[in-house]
Ligand binder design. Structure first.
Ligand code: PMP
Length: 370
């Protein structure tokens, strides 16, 4: 099925791919050129990461309301590596960890590979089931709760202020950590920014960040905002994994941030994605089968759809592919029994005209319009 979604004629809403035409090629090229003036960028460097880059990332956290020192940060090869390093550092086989249900698929895979028992906490349009979080924490004494608090992958959902406070309070009371994974935080198109979970429980929260969605995923640069108790273990895990993230990529990223070209490029990305989200939300009512529901995310890359009773998103993918359009059935994002009616649509990869065309094909496939 996956191979079929990659045929060139397919308009795929399946991948969580940033729009390639919005990558700031000129700005990034200028930064690589500039840093290649010195041979140091081709040398080995420290496991924690480039001091200049850590300084820039720390400055951005602090400006965003979360006071952060460069020494708290460990640069990783994408935030995916951050997840892997935290799994290595924190999980002993048989440990229980809690996740949102549904949850980012590659996080589920990372935790399962580390030998964790994964317990899902129901998460729907009304928010996370906070009583279930408290109950499961009491029952299982989990090592941590993993959350994508802002514009979640796969659902686009965001925890409101009250939920954030309560999640942090439960973690403090029950004595477990939180891993908050924030690759989409800066992709906000409407609504007010919300504080990080780390602001409510500084000793309990490890935050992951990434440039993948705000500069380019091919850079493979992310980071962990660590607490002091895990920092040494995570640093050793990083050293064992790959010694350090590419010196030249870190140097170019730091140069790019200081150059001031990142903000206008991110503004262009945000305004293009806002238009794409609005296009998708405008068209969905005329192409989805009657009785479908979906959310209206304030940012990120994804809309989460629930098909009407009796439909199965995986079984319906064949008809969509026959019309050259693709999506991800929601079932793979569940750690427990899946909701077979759900699916994920990404709205960032294509310009509005292609979004309209792709959704029209979906309408044709399902006989709902076109
Ligand atoms: N976490 C989440 C929630 C994601 O959606 C992704 C990318 N799809 C990642 C982590 C990994 O991103 P990267 O390694 O490119 O930073």
């Amino acid at each position: 099925m996956l191979a079929l979604t990659e045929r060139p004629e397919v308009i795929s809403f399946a991948g969580g791919l940033p729009a390639p035409e919005l990558f700031d090629l000129d700005g990034i090229r200028a930064s690589f050129d500039a840093v290649l003036g010195s041979p140091g960028v081709l040398q080995y460097s420290t496991s924690e990461g480039s001091p200049a880059l850590r300084e820039e990332v720390a400055r951005r956290y602090t400006a965003d309301g979360l006071e952060t020192a460069a020494s708290e940060l460990i640069i990783t090869t994408g935030s995916q590596q951050g997840l892997g390093l935290l799994a290595t550092a924190l999980i002993d086989p048989g440990d229980t960890i809690l996740v949102e249900e549904p949850c980012y698929l590659a996080a589920l895979q990372t935790f399962a590979l580390a030998g964790a028992r994964v317990v899902g906490i129901p998460y729907d349009d009304d928010g996370l089931d906070l009583d279930a979080l408290d109950r499961m924490a009491a029952e299982h004494a989990p090592k941590f709760f993993y959350t994508v608090p802002t514009f979640q992958n796969p659902t686009g959902r965001t925890h409101g202020l009250g939920s954030r406070r309560r999640i942090a309070e439960i973690a403090r009371q029950r004595g477990f950590r939180i891993i908050e994974d924030e690759p989409y935080r800066q992709l906000r198109y409407s609504g007010d920014p919300l504080p990080s979970l780390a602001a409510f429980a500084p000793d309990h929260v490890l935050s992951l960040g990434s440039f993948s969605k705000v500069i380019a995923p091919g850079l493979r640069i992310g980071w962990i905002r660590t607490t002091p108790d895990v920092r040494p273990t995570v640093t050793i895990a990083k050293q064992a994994a790959d010694l350090h993230t590419s010196t030249i990529d870190q140097a170019a990223a730091a140069h790019y941030l200081v150059s001031g070209r990142g903000e206008p490029a991110l503004d262009r990305i945000r305004s293009a994605y806002a238009e794409r989200r609005d296009t998708m939300l405008d068209v969905l009512p005329s192409v989805l089968p009657a009785g479908s529901t979906w959310n209206r995310p304030d940012g990120g890359m994804f809309v989460w759809v629930r098909l009407p009773e009796g439909m199965d998103a995986a079984a319906s993918l064949g008809a969509a592919l026959a019309q050259d359009v693709a999506y991800v059935p929601g079932a793979s994002f569940f750690s427990g029994p899946p909701d077979e009616r759900t699916l994920r649509l990404s709205f960032t990869t294509y310009p509005p005209a292609s979004i309209r065309e792709g959704l029209s094909r979906l309408g044709t496939a399902w006989g709902a319009g076109g």
